[in-house]
Design a binder for this molecule. Structure first.
Ligand code: GDP
Ligand code: MG
Length: 331
C-alpha cells in the first residue's frame, strides 16, 4: 500500500489522483484514516466553508457551479463536496451533479468529490468533515458542501459550514412541510433559485413570512409596545437575507457572493465565527469520543453479553441505568 503521508505531500503539490486516493483512505475510516487525519490536522483551518442545502431539484448543483465560477474569477481555488445520502450508489443524482458542474469540472483550480452513504449513514457527517478538512489541508480556499436538506444528518453536515445557504425553488418548497424540517433555522442566507419560474414571488413571500416568525416581533400589550425575542442568541446581529437567483444564467450570483462576504465579515467581527468553530469542534470531539468508547465497550464486553443485557431489559429484569453501570464496571 502507498504511504499515506507521501500521498498527502503529493496531493498538496497539486496531484489530483493522489488527492482522490487520499480522500478514499479517509472515507474508509479505520486506523490509516486516523493517522492521516492526525497528520493533516495542523494544516487545516484556512478554508472558508460554505454549506448549500435544500430540496432535490432546487438547483443546488447549478448554483454551486455558478459560485465556483465566480470564485475562480477572483482567483480563488474551490473544493466541492456533493453529499447524497439518498443514493446508495455513485450513480444517478451524483452523476447529475457532475453534469451540472461540468463548467468547472475541467479546471485545475477546482476539485469535485461526490460522497454517497454506502450504507453507513451514521458516519456520513464525520466522513464529510474529514474530506472537507483534507481539501482545506491541501490548500483549497473555498469549500462548498452540497447536501439534500432532508434529515438530521444533512442538517448536521450543512451546519459544519461557516456560511449555510438554504436553497428553495418555486413549486418545490412551497409546501410548508418541506421547509419546516428545521432547515430554516440553520440558514445564514436564503436563496429562492429558479427566479425565472412562475411562482417565485409566492415562494419568496412564504419564506419571508416564515422567517419573520423567528425574528423579534413588536406586539402591543395593554396598549404598550413590547418586543418579543424569538431569535436564538447566536442569531442576534444577523438577519438572514433572502435572495433570488437564476443559477442557469448567473442572475443574482454577484449578489449572493456579496451576501456570503457580508456574512463572513459579520462572523469575524462579532466573534460568532470563533464561537461557532469552538462549538463545532467540541461537538465533534464528543461525538468521536462517544463512538470510540462504545466501540471499546462492544469489543471488551462482547456482543453476547450485550445481547444478554438487552434481553434482561426487555423482560424488565434490569433497568437502563443499572445496565450501563454494569457495562462500565466490566471495562
Ligand atoms: N429555469 C431554471 N432552471 C434551473 C435553475 N437552476 C437550476 N435549474 C435546473 O434545474 C434542474 C435541477 O438542478 P440541479 O442543480 O441538479 O438541482 P439540485 O438537485 O438541487 O442539485 C436542472 O435541470 C437545472 O438545469 C434556474 O435558476 N432556473
Ligand atoms: Mg445536486
Amino acid at each position: 500500500m502507498q504511504d499515506p503521508i507521501a500521498l498527502f505531500e503529493r496531493a498538496r503539490a497539486g496531484d489530483r489522483r493522489a488527492l482522490a486516493r487520499l480522500l478514499s483512505l479517509l472515507e474508509d475510516d479505520g486506523e490509516v484514516a486516523s493517522r492521516l487525519s492526525a497528520h493533516l490536522f495542523p494544516y487545516t483551518g484556512n478554508a472558508y466553508v460554505i454549506g448549500i442545502t435544500g430540496p432535490p431539484g432546487s438547483g443546488k448543483s447549478t448554483l454551486v457551479n455558478a459560485l465556483a465560477r465566480a470564485y475562480r474569477e477572483r482567483g480563488e481555488t474551490v473544493g466541492i463536496v456533493a453529499v447524497d445520502p439518498s443514493s446508495p450508489f455513485t450513480g444517478g443524482a451524483l452523476l447529475g451533479d457532475r453534469i451540472r458542474m461540468q463548467d468547472v469540472a475541467g479546471d485545475p483550480g477546482v476539485f469535485i468529490r461526490s460522497m454517497a452513504t454506502r450504507g453507513r449513514l451514521g458516519g456520513l457527517a464525520h466522513a464529510t468533515r474529514e474530506v472537507v478538512r483534507a481539501l482545506d489541508a491541501v490548500g483549497f480556499q473555498r469549500i462548498m458542501v452540497e447536501t439534500v436538506g432532508a434529515g438530521q444528518v444533512e442538517v448536521d453536515i450543512a451546519q459544519a459550514a461557516d456560511t449555510v445557504i438554504v436553497v428553495q425553488a418555486p413549486g418545490l418548497g412551497d409546501d410548508i412541510q418541506a421547509i419546516k424540517a428545521g432547515i430554516l433555522e440553520i440558514a445564514d442566507i436564503l436563496v429562492v433559485n429558479k427566479a425565472d419560474r412562475e411562482g417565485a414571488a409566492a415562494t419568496l413571500h412564504i419564506l419571508r413570512s416564515m422567517l419573520s416568525l423567528g425574528q423579534p416581533a413588536v406586539v402591543r400589550h395593554h396598549g404598550r409596545a413590547m418586543t418579543i425575542q424569538h431569535v436564538e442568541p447566536s442569531r442576534a446581529g444577523w438577519s438572514p437575507p433572502i435572495l433570488q437567483t437564476v443559477a442557469t444564467t448567473g442572475k443574482g450570483i454577484p449578489e449572493l457572493v456579496e451576501a456570503i462576504e457580508r456574512h463572513r465579515i459579520y462572523l469575524e467581527e462579532s466573534g460568532e465565527g470563533e464561537a461557532r468553530r469552538r462549538r463545532r469542534i467540541a461537538e465533534e470531539l464528543a461525538a468521536l469520543a462517544r463512538e470510540r468508547l462504545w466501540a471499546r465497550v462492544v469489543h471488551q464486553v462482547g456482543r453476547a453479553r450485550l445481547d444478554g443485557l438487552v434481553e434482561q431489559l426487555i423482560r424488565r429484569e434490569i433497568d437502563l441505568h443499572t445496565a450501563v453501570e454494569r457495562l462500565l464496571k466490566e471495562l
